[in-house]
Structure formats: C-alpha cells, structure tokens
Design a protein around this ligand. Structure first.
Ligand SMILES: [Zn+2]
Length: 632
C-alpha cells in the first residue's frame, strides 16, 4: 500500500521496506492479529510505527525495557510524532497527565512497562482511550515455555479483553516453534498468523573453542582479531577481574553489570560505543537496546543457560553486515557447571518450604496474617541470619513467586527523590549557604515544580551537569542540605522487595504444583542440554544447529564456523577424494547448462569433500556461480 510507503518516506526518509516489514505492516494494518519473528537489527520498530501512523488513535506498546522505551519516545518526538511512556519511577501525577493526554490529546504511541498494566489507574483510563492496536514487544516473555518468562506479561491477555476488536501485534527476536504457538494462544489470537524472517547471519562465524586455560585463550583471540568486542561472563565480580586482565595485555577494556549506578553505566557504555575503549566485559545485563553496528567479536567465557540467550548475545556482533565472530570458550568442566545450574535453580521442595518459613520469621509474620505486606529484602542479611546460600535462596523465592505465595522483585530501580522541608520564603532567607549549595537549590527549583509539597524524582546526572558538579559532589551537597533540615533527600537505591500476595500459610500447606516446579525444571534441563550439545558437538555446522533449534530448515552449511572449517581441512588432507569430487562436479556442468547448487547432493560423496572441491573450482574460476546455480 502506497500510504504506508509514503509514511515511511515522510518520517524516516527510506525508499522501501526491508525483509518482511511490509508483510507484517499490511497484516496488522488490515486488522489481523499478527506475530512477527525478526532477528535483532531487522527493523522491528518500523513494523508497528508505520501502521499506527496510518490509523486513528493511540498505539499501546508494551515493552519491558525502560531504557529502550525512553529512546524510542525521544526518537519519535524528534520526527515530530507525539509519544509518551509510563513506567515505574514516575509520580502518580505524571502518570495521570500522560494518560489524560492519550485520551484527549493526540498521542500516537503510548509505551507501557508490563508491571503498570495491572494498576487500576491505567485500566480505568484505558477504557476511555481510542486504541489503534496493541504492540507486544519481546513477546516470548509471555510464554512459560520460553527462557525469559515474565508473569507480568500475563496481564496483557486481560487488557485485550478490555479492548474488544482491537488487534494485537506481537514481536520477538527469539522463539522456538513451541513458543511461537504458545505466544499466539496466550494472546488469544483470532487465527494463527506468523511472519518470520530467516535468523541466518551470513556474516557471523560461530566458533566453539575448547580450552583449559580460558584466560590465555581470551587474550590470544583478542590479540589476533581487531575491532570492537564484547566479553560475556556470568558474575559481576568477574567483569572487573577480566577487564583488568585484558588491560594488562595492553588492550583497552572496561566493565559493566547491573550493580553499577546509572551514571557509571552511561559513562562506560558511551566510552565503548565511541571506541574510546575496545572491549566491554559484561554480564548479560549489557546489550539489550544497545545498537553498535560494528562489533566484530563477541566472546563468551561462560556459557549462557540457553541457546536462546546465546543466540541473542552472540548476535550483537556484526550488525553492519561485515565479517564478525561469535566465540564460546568451553571445556569439560563447563558441562558439570551447567548441570549444577539445574539444581541451583530448582532446589529441593522441602528447602523451598523452609525458606518460606524463614522468611516469615525474618519479618515476624504469624500464620494467617501478612496478606498485602511489602518489605524491603536484603538477601545477604537473610542468608546470614539463617545460614543459607544466596543462589539457592534467590531460586526458592522465584519459585514461591511463581506459585503465587509471594512476589519477589529484584532490583527495583528507585530514582533519587527530593522535597523541601522549609517554605519558599524561609529558603530565600537562608544564610551560610555555599555557592555550590545555591547552585543546586536554584537548579532544583528551576527544573522541578511542587518541591515544597511533594517528593519529586530527580535526575542526579542532569542536575549535576547543570551545576558543573560531579554526581558524587551533588550527592554530598544534597546529603548536607538534608542534615540541615532544608530538604529531604532519598538517595537512589536498588532494593529488591518481597510482597505477600496471600496470607502466610503453614509451611506444610505450601503447594508446589508440577506447573511451577517439575515442568519448569524439565524445560530448564532441556534448555541447558541443548546448550551443552551446541558446545560439545563437533559434527554439525554451528549455524545450522542454531537455525534448526529455532525451527528453521536450512539446507546448507555456513562454511565459516569451526566445524565447517575443520571438516574442510580434513577433506583437504585427502588429495584423491578431492580430485574425485572435483571431477564429479566438472562432469555435472560439462553440458554447459546452469545447475542448481542443490543438485550436488545427488553426487554420492561426503559433503566436506564436495564443499572443498566446489570452493577450489570456484576460486580457480574453473566453474562459475550465479543465483544459486553453477555452470562451467
Ligand atoms: Zn558451519
């Protein structure tokens, strides 16, 4: 449809759609529930932004990634399109204004984090909104079969019921065939409708490197290849260790994990993004929503828990289409470590019940009470008090959450808040303030309204830069003003919390049904085993293995992974076999006609020999190749 094309041209300046964008747009544009499977970098946002602009009303976009949300809103606003976002951290007032604007104003896109969907405020306002369609980003999060299930996604089904006749567009960059089905069921699709783009990454060479000394191997790889790189490790502590190691080898590196404050995260990400440092050493917290096209190398020192996670992380290399590498370092010890993750993530049921009971002791909640109570949760304190290990406690709390007894939220990111405790007049009469304190007070008053009546979330980095201060200086100044009772300052903090979603039960009454325990454990085990098979096998092309895992049939090897390359060199060793393969191919094309390359499969010889022969003949220009056919 030309109107989609003219919108694309008008707002984005592109001349045409890429890949399956047009098919998805036409499908959702004509009101069909639609699932789009596109690898990261496939141009996902165009597929909902263009059809939404062609329709009246607001497109509600559900996504769990707050950073990405803010980026997209800014991006749309720069193009002159009205967009807004609701996420935890906004004040109630801000949320009301935003929602009212959606009802009465001309907001075309409303981004919402899934946790917000269940709030009464949101649901009440939603009923009065004219919604064009619902977009569900990272749609695999709705599937309990998926590797990244988020209970808050189940709310989307309820939202759908509230908006009869409003179609839904689900998007994901990773889903096995089972998850593809499940997403459509959970979102109550009127009919199944899936569009998929190939997940093949032709410029990306997957490599598994067996190594007993991973650190040495890491330095070796980083020294022999060039370009921007990411190194993934599993623990926060190791990010620093490995970054130090890389720097000692004379290569610039920095590190990143979820425990750093946001200013530090931004700083490091920027330094890497702008190539001031070459290597980013990170946990899996790094990468979502980061768009650096020229990453040449992604190395995993530790294996992820699933092929899905590996594929996503490895896929951050080579977005620009230039040659790139994804290397997994692996040794026999890893197999055991991966197996151990199964028992770590699914401790014995009795242990889980014990944790439930200890939690009640910890907060002093009697049997029958506690419903609706919310507590901050300090896992170290808890483990110290009851002699437990954090990994198992964390796993037990997650299972109790799934079973519906509690809600355990890790790392709720609470922005810093400020409220003045003296009146405006008293503030003007203040004496003995330093120039920096005055600067801070002025900046606060200029940027935030209502500071005398209510707490306001403040952006510390922004205020600091306005005052020409470092953030830690700003922190000290705000703390000082707090001590002098001029204002209340609640510093930013990351607090996990626990909420009782049911009255406290006796531990014997705790039910852990197969759907929250045995079945999930089995799924987890299968995912771990798929990952170990990937790492341990040396007889199937890595790219082929990954594509097959995602249900994509493909009939060719990649010719660049370690498996393909080792087979080729094995083939090279035997001259007679190579000669035989070459003469068979030459015989095939001797009629002077083009032959589809798939005809090679009819020749009864090992693939490795045929591949090597074909490569040789093409290189020596004894045969030619065009459009998937070869000719003499
Ligand atoms: Zn291969």
């Amino acid at each position: 449809m030309s109107s989609y094309l003219s919108l694309l041209k008008q707002y984005w300046g592109y001349d045409d759609f890429r890949g399956i964008q047009r098919e998805i747009i036409e499908s959702i544009g004509s009101g069909h529930d639609t699932l789009g499977l596109m690898p990261t970098g496939g141009g996902k946002s165009i597929t909902f932004q263009v059809p939404a602009l062609a329709k009246e009303g607001t497109c509600v976009v559900i996504t769990p990634l707050i950073a990405l949300m803010k980026d997209q809103v800014e991006n749309l606003r720069r193009r002159g399109i009205r967009a807004a976002a609701i996420y935890s951290g906004l004040t109630r007032e801000e949320i009301i204004i935003t929602l009212e604007n959606c009802i009465f104003g001309d907001i075309r896109f409303l981004y919402v984090s899934p946790e917000r969907l269940s709030s009464d405020l949101f649901q009440t306002k939603l009923r009065h909104m004219k919604v064009s369609f619902i977009t569900v980003d990272e749609a695999h999060c709705i599937s309990q079969w998926g590797y990244d299930f988020r209970p808050s996604y189940l709310e989307i089904a309820k939202i759908r019921k509230m908006l009869p006749g409003v179609p839904v567009l689900a998007l994901t960059a990773t889903a096995t065939p089972q998850v593809v089905d499940d997403i459509q069921d959970r979102l109550s699709f009127n009919e199944k409708r899936v569009f998929r783009m190939s997940f093949e990454r032709k410029n990306l060479a997957y490599v598994v490197r067996r190594s007993e000394d991973k650190q040495k191997e890491l330095i070796h790889i980083l020294s022999s290849l060039r370009g921007s790189s990411i190194v993934y490790v599993r623990s926060r502590r190791r990010t620093k260790e490995i970054a130090d190691l890389i720097q000692q080898a004379g290569i610039t590196a920095t590190f990143y994990h979820a425990g750093l404050d946001s200013v530090e995260k931004d700083k490091r990400q920027k330094a890497w993004q702008e190539d001031q440092v070459r290597v980013m050493v990170a946990t899996n917290a790094f990468g979502m929503g980061i768009d650096k096209p020229d990453v040449r190398l992604v190395i995993h020192i530790d294996s992820p828990d699933s092929v899905e996670a590996y594929f996503q992380e490895a896929g951050r290399a080579g977005r620009d289409g230039q040659k790139a590498y994804a290397v997994l370092l692996y040794n026999d010890g890893d197999q055991r470590k991966l197996e151990k993750r199964i028992t770590d993530n699914f401790p014995e049921k009795d242990f889980i019940r014990e944790i439930y009971e200890h939690l009640a002791y910890f907060y002093q909640i009697g049997v029958g009470s506690g419903f609706g109570y919310t507590f901050e949760f300090n896992i170290d304190k808890f483990c110290h008090a009851f002699h437990h290990f954090p990994i198992q406690v964390d796993a037990a709390l997650k299972i109790l959450t799934r079973a519906g007894y509690i809600e355990y939220t890790e790392e709720q990111d609470n922005q810093a808040r400020v409220m003045f405790t003296i009146s405006r007049n008293e503030l003007y009469r203040l004496e003995n303030t330093t120039p920096n304190e005055e600067k801070v007070i002025t900046a606060l008053l200029r940027n935030y309204g209502g500071l005398f009546t209510d707490y306001n979330y403040i952006d510390e980095a922004f205020i600091a830069s306005q005052c020409g201060l470092q953030t830690h200086q700003l922190y000290m100044i705000l703390k000082g003003l707090g001590q002098r009772h001029i204002l209340h300052f609640i510093p930013q903090k990351k607090t996990p919390y626990i909420r009782y979603t049911q009255r406290r039960e006796d531990k014997e009454q705790i039910l852990l049904m197969p759907v929250v325990y045995e079945e999930r454990k089995q799924q987890f085990r299968e995912r771990i085993h798929a990952m170990t098979r990937y790492a341990a096998s040396d007889d199937i092309c890595r790219s082929r293995y990954l594509l097959r895992y995602f249900g994509e049939a493909n009939d060719h090897d990649c010719h660049q992974c370690d498996v393909c390359l080792s087979h080729r060199s094995e083939g090279m060793v035997s001259e007679p076999a190579l000669n035989e393969a070459m003469s068979k191919i030459l015989e095939l094309v001797s009629d002077g006609k083009p032959h589809p390359i798939t005809e090679l499969r009819d020749i009864q010889l090992p693939t490795a020999e045929l591949d090597a022969a074909l490569d040789y003949l093409l290189k020596e220009e004894l045969i030619q190749q065009e459009d998937g056919s070869i000719f003499g």
